[in-house]
Ligand binder design. Sequence first.
Ligand code: SF4
Length: 247
Amino acid sequence: MKIITIIKKNKLIVLMLVVYLILFIVSPEKAVQSLDNSIYYLIEMFQILPVIFLFTVVIEALIPKELIMQGFGEKSGIKGNLFSLLLGSISAGPIYAAFPISKMLLKKGASVTNIVIILSAWAVIKVPMLANEVKFLGVKFMGIRWIFTVISIFVMAHLIGVFVKKKDMSESITEKEGSILSIKEEYCIGCGLCAKTLPVYYEMKNNKAIIKQIPINKNEMEDMVEMVERCPVNAIVFYRTVEEEII
Ligand code: SF4
């Protein structure tokens, strides 16, 4: 039973091991090549990700939610879109480094549209990439590609913002009626206090709290604020994305 639980929790790793095993049996040469590539990318990730996590934690601790909501939130409008384009364009590092930062920005109130702009700019119009493009393909090619890419990014980001909501992206972020409730999974120690105190809103899954629903009326919100304060490790985040902030 314990083995099945471990396999269920690490489905991707198990799948990768099975693929490697099959590859080693069918074509050992290709398996060795593939292993070489995997090790190369793993080393790259281990070099980059600690810095990114540190950077994410520093932003999370130092930059207030209101500032992120003003700069990148639902109400930030075209200014937020341009900030996001700038942030994605001046970033450094591979695209996978953008995901923890995007998740943190989402939790702090950034809109889905602006996250798509940051990720897309990071992936295809980073400044170092543009400089290299000029070197190999010329200014005209780079300029025209940049213009059409930016237009496409804006159209795509606004369409995704219409169809994808925060609640679709992570079970630990729930947004409704202008409120966001989220659990910082990495902080939650699984004490179960929130699920015992407010079972309507929280439940435990794999020893972590997850959100069942978000409070809407004033009394429910007051209960929620009290629970946020009682969490022993400050893992619960609850605030309004419109009107006044509650916590
Ligand atoms: S009270 Fe906090 S630490 Fe305890 S389960 Fe809930 S979110 Fe996790």
